[in-house]
Design a protein around this ligand. Structure first.
Ligand SMILES: Cc1ncc(COP(=O)(O)O)c(C=O)c1O
Length: 347
């Protein structure tokens, strides 16, 4: 992937302006088309962005908000999007209603009712994570979307951690908007992402940057960000080649297996606690672990300083622990080392 990226940087810089004005639009469409095939959606509903933040903020900032309109989200959502909704509150006077997700719900219905409890006649948009990044919890997005639509509320899915990790078709989530970053689970170049907008909503959003020559029904009107690092877009092809050579079903199976491999070994330890659902159906590759009486930052430091294991300390939204994120290349020997480290620190 990296070699492909570097080769494309050289190539694009050599071909320069002529490439940009002649070949680039077709190349861009070809990458979009491959991503749309992967997402199981029409290419007319998908654009390439820089990341999930740009994609979701395009929707949040492009919504026709009126003072008093309401939005629903969760405390465990990603901070950048919560901030973007906060900005709309300052700018347009919208009201944000924030629920807090239970770690081990008894059923999908418990999650659906939780989101429903925050909906009022003024609610216009509901944001939901497909997978919560701080805990690895998978949410029943399709059921929440069906409930929200029953109240006339549009649904925007933060799929930063699921596109390329789990097998699903974007339209099957039943939502109105979906976004992901390709530099996470697809292994794409840094600064590549997607935004999917259900066809009938494309004319409804205000673009962040104007390009008035494009028809309101064309999703590319939401995508005018000036001259792009096209080598980044082209290198998505290399990531897709690798991804397709493995296949999403095998990738998902391995990533789920890696998580259970190490979490099962510490689950019953008296001083170690998992901040990740125990039901395998509610998780994927990501899990979060804490040690009783030890601050997450101290645990993260101990893992890195003493064992050279890199994790991310999470201390907020009811979650106290470090996030552990294996990828396809993570070995069982490395996970065994993590388990030993956790047990030694806990002792
Ligand atoms: C759930 C979730 N949403 C959004 C983002 C933002 O992703 P990006 O920085 O690629 O825009 C992240 C990043 O980790 C995330 O975990």
């Amino acid at each position: 992937m990296l070699e492909g990226f570097i080769r494309r940087v050289r190539d694009i810089n050599l071909r320069a302006s002529r490439y940009m004005r002649t070949v680039m639009p077709d190349d861009n469409l070809a990458v979009r088309t491959r991503l749309a095939v992967m997402g199981g959606c029409p290419v007319e509903e998908l654009i390439i962005t820089r990341n999930t933040t740009e994609s979701l903020d395009t929707v949040i900032g492009g919504f026709h908000w009126n003072a008093g309109d309401e939005a629903v989200m969760a405390q465990q959502d990603y901070g950048a999007m919560l901030d973007m909704f906060g900005l709309q509150a300052k700018r347009h006077g919208i009201v944000n209603r924030v629920v807090s997700l239970p770690m081990d719900p008894r059923s999908d219905d418990e999650i659906v009712r939780l989101y429903e409890s925050a909906i009022t006649p003024k609610t216009r948009l509901l944001m939901i994570c497909h997978m919560v990044n701080i805990t690895g919890q998978l949410l029943p997005v399709a059921k929440v979307a069906a409930m929200a639509h029953g109240h006339g509320v549009q649904v925007m899915v933060d799929g930063a951690h699921t596109f390329g990790q789990l097998e699903f078709a974007i339209p099957d989530l039943g939502a109105d908007y979906f976004a992901s970053s390709l530099h996470k689970w697809l292994g794409g170049p840094l600064g590549s992402g997607i935004l999917w907008v259900r066809r009938d909503h494309i004319p409804e959003l205000w673009p962040t940057f104007a390009e008035l020559g494009i028809p309101d029904t064309d999703i590319r009107r939401l995508n005018h960000t000036g001259t792009q690092p096209v080598h980044t877009i082209l290198a998505i092809n290399d990531a897709l080649d690798f991804h397709e050579s493995i296949g999403i079903a095998r990738k998902e199976a391995r990533l789920r297996w890696l998580q259970r491999y190490w979490t099962d070994k510490v689950r019953v330890h008296p001083r170690i606690h998992l901040n990740t659902p125990s039901d395998p159906a509610r998780t994927g590759a990501i899990a979060n672990v804490g040690i009783r009486g030890l601050a997450p930052a101290a645990l993260g430091d101990a893992l890195f300083d003493r064992y050279k294991i890199w994790t991310v300390a999470i201390d907020g939204a009811g979650v106290r622990g470090v996030r552990v994120t294996p990828h396809l290349f993570t070995s069982t020997a490395e996970l065994d080392a993590l388990v030993v480290a956790l047990k030694e620190i806990a002792a």
